[in-house]
Design a protein around this ligand. Structure first.
Ligand SMILES: [Zn+2]
Length: 364
């Protein structure tokens, strides 16, 4: 996959026309691969009279038909032989609906690589050592779960000293070790090594409030959140207020607090810049569509999110139509490109994901 290799070598936030052309070429290459190797995708595109060879300009990209996200939950869609898969990622949904992502060796390398490049470009990678507190499952016991995979990946962007996984197996179920979290944070505070906290904002918020945490983890400490406030939406704090609270209670500067939006089926991380806006890299395209007729909406208007990506040859989701609402915005931090503003989810109860499952673990 020549164009995709070149794309992933390029700066994720370079939006010059040669870079954008590289994405177009990579998309065409990837779309052709899935068209040839995945029957459902081929039949859908044939029916809608779309062929990857039609991709000639940037504007053509929005014409790639989106496959609805729920189809990936109901079917095992794969564009390579099962024996060629290196990893199957599962997002633990409730009610039997699981999100899966199939990764062959090359696609797995690609997703790891692009995640590193994106985090590096946003100033989040470092050679220095950090202590990690992860509000997730230990990847040793939950290796195929999306959040555990993400957290293990994220701890590899810096040197690491100690890694503490807060959601632990008690012999019969996973549970959040709250006492362990509080003790670990206190120990990290005194250690002289800066801390990085990874996890769901609602879990962290609840622990801070419940245990009256008041500490200073130091100006080089970081908070990387993901998964949103799903299931705890009634307790959701506006982002700006949350950032201020974290600075006051844990001593983590606001510019070191970064949120991440990702979907197991899509795999591209959308990460906050220091101003707290999720930037869209040139490794993806995001379109906003009308929920009535799926027509393309102009920048700034709220609609259903439609994602394109090119790094994966094993999972036929190059064009994914989601049930998430959002809109495109801008940021003046200098990174450029559009930003992604999330506006919630359509039909929340049907799409309980990993985040919600983890939130269920908070003991009342
Ligand atoms: Zn920005």
């Amino acid at each position: 996959m020549k164009a995709t290799d070149l794309l992933l070598e390029s700066d994720p936030f370079d939006f010059s026309s040669p870079s954008k052309k590289l994405f177009l070429e990579s998309m065409k290459e990837n779309a052709l691969h899935h068209y040839k190797n995945h029957e459902f995708t081929r039949k859908l595109w044939d029916k809608l009279k779309f062929h990857p060879e039609n991709l000639k300009t940037e504007d053509d990209l929005s014409q790639i038909p989106g496959t609805m996200v729920h189809l990936y939950k109901e079917h095992e869609f794969c564009s390579v032989k099962k024996e060629d898969l290196a990893l199957v990622l599962t997002s633990s949904g409730t009610g039997g609906q699981k999100s899966q992502q199939f990764l062959d060796k090359k696609s797995l390398e690609n997703v790891k690589r692009l995640a590193l490049t994106i985090h590096k470009s946003l100033g989040m990678a470092s050679d220095k050592e950090y202590n990690y507190l992860c509000f997730t499952y230990d990847p040793k016991v939950a290796n195929d779960l999306g959040t555990a995979f993400t957290d293990e990946l994220l701890t590899n962007f810096t040197g690491k000293k100690e890694v503490y996984y807060a959601i632990q197996w008690n012999g019969s179920a996973f549970e959040l070790n709250e006492k362990g979290v509080v003790e670990t944070l206190k120990r990290f505070e005194k250690s002289g090594t800066p801390t990085r906290i990874l996890g769901f904002p609602a879990l962290l918020h609840e622990v801070i409030e419940k245990h009256h945490l008041q500490m200073n983890l130091g100006a080089d400490s970081w908070l990387q959140t993901g998964g949103g406030w799903k299931g705890k939406a009634d307790k959701e704090i506006p982002k700006k207020e949350f950032r201020k609270m974290i600075r006051e209670r844990l001593g983590i500067p606001e510019e070191n607090q970064r949120d991440l939006f990702g979907m197991v089926e899509h795999g591209i991380p959308y990460v906050d810049c220091k101003k707290g806006n999720l930037h869209i890299p040139n490794y993806a395209r995001v379109y906003v569509r009308s929920p009535q007729d799926l027509s393309l909406l102009p920048k700034g208007e709220k609609g259903l999110l439609h994602f394109l990506c090119t790094y994966n040859t094993s999972y036929p989701a190059p064009s994914l139509l989601t049930t998430d609402y959002g809109r495109l915005g801008s940021c003046d931090c200098g990174i450029g490109g559009d930003t992604l503003i999330l506006e919630g989810r359509a039909g929340v109860s049907k799409h309980k994901g990993c985040a919600l499952k983890a939130l269920d673990l908070i003991k009342a």
